[in-house]
Design a protein around this ligand. Sequence first.
Ligand code: PLP
Length: 486
Amino acid sequence: MESEMLREQGHIMVDFIADYYKNLEDSPHDFPVLSQVQPGYLRDVLPDSAPDQPESLKELLDDVSKKIIPGITHWQSPSYFAYYASSTSVAGFLGEMLNAGLSVVGFTWLTSPAATELEVIVLDWLAKLLQLPNHFLSTGKGGGVIQGTGCEAVLVVVLAARDRILKKVGITSLPRLVVYASDQTHSSFRKACLIGGIHEENIRLLKTDSSTNYEMPPESLEEAISHDLAKGFIPFFICATVGTTSSAAVDPLVPLGEIGKSYGIWMHVDAAYAGNACICPEYRKFIDGIENADSFNINAHKWLFANQTCSPLWVKDRYSLIDALKTNPEYLEYKVSKRDAVVNYKDWQISLSRRFRSLKLWMVLRLYGSENLRNFIRDHVNLAKHFEDYVAQDPHFEVVTIRYFSLVCFRLVTVDGDEDKCNERNRELLAAVNSTGKIFISHTTLSGKFILRFAVGAPLTEEKHVTEAWQIIHKHASILIRNGNC
Ligand code: PLP
């Protein structure tokens, strides 16, 4: 990188990005939140091959404005309420910038001691904010590592747990290994198991329903384990979720963990979204029982303002992870004075190369302070509550699940008990509001019902955006009702 060129063009780029955020804030309606382009639109406006000669940054940024931005779904718009948010912050952005600038590859301690040591320290800090048990800290047998995503986190712990059990029962027992989760567990769990060689028919997804707000029933787990043991299967992994993807349901960690412990089964807690809220004392109760978990993961890029991507994972026993994932080629060997004090993160993850992600987490924690972070999360929860109140007061709508965090699951009610018709109406409502470009909400299904999801989490969202979102939803519902579609 040529320093003067970086200085000049870096300023231009920061201005460009700052203007983007200002425009999103000042004139959100100039940016359809859900991109309205058709598939293949970009091929029609970009040349077929790369240029032979360099072009200017100005030309390029013009193309970004005219050709790329129309194809962007504006996750950072204050009127973005879909899926779970991808939370950003100035601190997180600056951390990404510094990371790109330093461009180190800290796969072993040697290749950038600060990259490794900062990650260890920052994950200890975060573990303390979450009041995780001491065994998850680097000072004990466990420790933290930043994975790229929640999907990578669950994969590495499935591999660690699998190898731990196979060491005991022998590799030929692989076809008898079984795993447990609920039917609300994120799809990455199934993928992780299949990559780990677990047979598809040995993945037990326990049924949930509305009577328990879609939480995994501990009795079903106990029953499934007893049944499997009686048939000669080897139960070895439970994936519990705090804040499921569809409806932010919270599996009861205390009884699940006790069951896991009594059978010597690895319990992983996927708290990708809601785990971030547990830095607030009032939400910490949702991870009570974490002391019986073997691993725990949050996505700081979802709700801790750490920009994509940053997925802290803690394990109770780091050696389980290292035993499953270590490689020691000669070309990576090095001499070090205090071998035991050294972490080589290449042995805690799938890939060798790794980004210096702890920088941005460190910057977020330092530049905001935990008290502000807690308040940002509380603001989002209050905004979701505000939306929930609108829904609850309108007889045409219902709130479908208990809301603990910043996600509201709701829908237009059935008029005549015809669920198919009701599903169709809600589908139409979703399409209508998203086609306005003014807001973006998403959907799921629960017990065969088509549900609308309103998730607060974009950092620019304020009460006025929530109110406007409700007005848009209400207006389109009224049109459907007036036209006899409801
Ligand atoms: N787990 C849960 C509960 C999620 O909600 C998600 C994504 O929304 C994931 C895991 C996957 O996270 P990632 O996209 O970082 O792989």
